[in-house]
Design a protein around this ligand. Structure first.
Ligand code: A3P
Length: 292
């Protein structure tokens, strides 16, 4: 029997046990998709809440103008987690969703290639660094003794989200089945304005220059950190439980923080594994803030 305190394994994929409703998961494949639905799809710690904020700002004028106080967690709710999903079906279009699910667990209706998916990926050394802090910060995740211990769990896929390599490779290799845009966290970090324009183009949204400025301004790390609609602080405290005083969704928000945590050995062995596993995946990865 599956008795892990933190992980619930559903058809080969690990979810956060306390936040899922198994019956809901059983019906996800048949969840009715509308042509104008949009899914923010990520592996954990890759820029999910950032993209939730960007899409909320692009889609909802009243949110952009700050007259709408709803949180991004409600505006772009998770498909697989119970939190904030109450009125999913009755929502007026366009509906925005978030998901960490692998390609093979998402609703079948996404394969008609009309609804859109933005897949955000991040260099996995920064994902590991971010995830290590995140899981040591929240009650709902298992604490790791040290960084090495976490790397091991991550590489064994014994974390919420399962194996990072499987997630990104699965989505990339099945991209032809979906209407999907791949965007990297680092691309967003290096030139947020261009990233917002790319999103708009893919999503068929025409925003004025002034509106794009407003999106970019409200999606910076600093502004999101102080925006209660976007920073998830209440949700973390109330729903996930905090076990460590330092931390949060908006921790550092940089490229290359992994250098402060990986030893040379850890880094080299990760690089070898990465090269082996990702050799057929031509997505561009940026590991350093100064990299072009
Ligand atoms: P760090 O822990 O490295 O700071 P997710 O939302 O998928 O859990 O990802 C969280 C990561 O995205 C955190 O990384 C967080 O700081 C970063 N992030 C969130 N909003 C951001 C923003 N506006 N700019 C840069 N990074 C952001």
């Amino acid at each position: 029997m599956d008795t892990d305190k933190y992980l619930l394994n559903f058809r080969g994929y690990n979810l956060q046990r306390t936040a899922v409703d198994i019956e809901q998961l059983e019906h996800l494949k048949d969840f009715e998709i509308r042509d104008d639905d949009v899914f923010v799809t990520t592996y954990l710690k890759s820029g999910t809440i950032w993209t939730q904020q960007i899409l909320s700002l692009i889609y909802f004028e009243d949110y952009r103008k700050q007259t709408r106080k709803m949180k991004t967690a409600e505006l772009v709710p998770y498909l697989e987690y119970s939190t904030h999903r109450i009125d999913f079906l009755r929502r007026p279009s366009p509906r925005l969703f978030s998901t960490h699910l692998p390609y093979y667990l998402v609703p079948n209706g996404l394969k008609n290639k009309k609804a859109k998916i933005v897949y955000i990926y991040r260099n996995p050394k920064d994902v590991i660094t971010s995830y290590f802090h995140f899981s040591n910060f929240l009650e709902a995740f298992e604490t790791s003794k040290n960084f090495d211990d976490f790397i091991q769990k991550f590489l064994d896929g014994k974390v919420v989200g399962s194996l990072w390599f499987d997630h990104i490779k699965g989505w990339y290799e099945h991209r032809e089945n979906f209407n999907i845009l791949f965007m990297s966290y680092e691309e967003m970090k290096k030139d947020l304005r261009s990233a917002v324009q790319k999103f708009c183009q893919f999503l068929g949204k025409e925003l004025s220059e002034g509106d794009i400025d407003a999106v970019v301004k409200q999606a910076t790390f600093k502004n999101m950190k102080s925006d209660p609609r976007a920073n998830y602080n209440d949700i973390l405290k109330n729903e996930f439980g905090i076990k460590n005083k330092d931390g949060g969704f908006l921790r550092k928000g940089t490229i290359g923080d992994w250098k402060n945590y990986f030893t040379v050995n850890q880094s080299e062995s990760f690089d070898m594994l990465f090269q082996k596993k990702m050799k057929d995946i031509p997505l561009k990865f940026i590991w350093d803030i100064n990299e072009k």
